[in-house]
Design a binder for this molecule. Structure first.
Ligand SMILES: [Zn+2]
Length: 143
């Protein structure tokens, strides 16, 4: 289960509307609770560095990710997931999304942005024991 405050949830959906017709992407910061819930307290926006086809691919600069991770730790926050948008496509993960997901146990949130307006937001947890075993599992989002 992924718990997000309404403000943070609105912010990540709005990000996808702002970058439409291109994908947005960013990082979810918060904490892993003992019961397996992830609580998101903040999102960090990332620049989309994928210049070849930014409308259907996303990529976070590793240097940017390290900076976000360090700044989060200074506030006592962990990276609990990632988010991106699917302009004019359903909020379902693609094979590319799975191939590029490497943080097992983290949440991958996808928002569909139809004609510039955010519609469905879904979350998938990257489950499995290692890279060859990884898979996306549907996850409840609770505001
Ligand atoms: Zn995607």
């Amino acid at each position: 289960m992924l718990k997000i405050s309404p403000t943070v949830y609105a912010a990540l959906r709005q990000h996808g509307e702002e970058t439409y017709p291109y994908e947005c992407c960013g990082v979810l910061l918060g904490r892993f609770e003992d019961d397996g819930t992830k609580t998101v307290v903040r999102v960090a926006r990332c620049g989309n560095t994928r210049n070849d086809s930014p409308h259907n691919r996303y990529h976070i600069d590793p240097k940017e990710l390290i900076r976000i991770q360090r700044e989060g730790r200074e506030r006592g926050e962990d990276i609990v997931g990632f988010y991106h948008s699917h302009p004019d496509h359903p909020a379902q993960w693609s094979q590319t999304d799975l191939a590029e997901a490497h943080w097992i146990g983290c949440s991958y949130v996808i928002t569909s942005v139809e004609k510039g307006a955010a519609t469905v937001t879904n979350s998938f947890e990257l489950a499995g024991i290692d890279e060859p075993d990884k898979k996306f599992v549907d996850e409840n989002v609770v505001l």
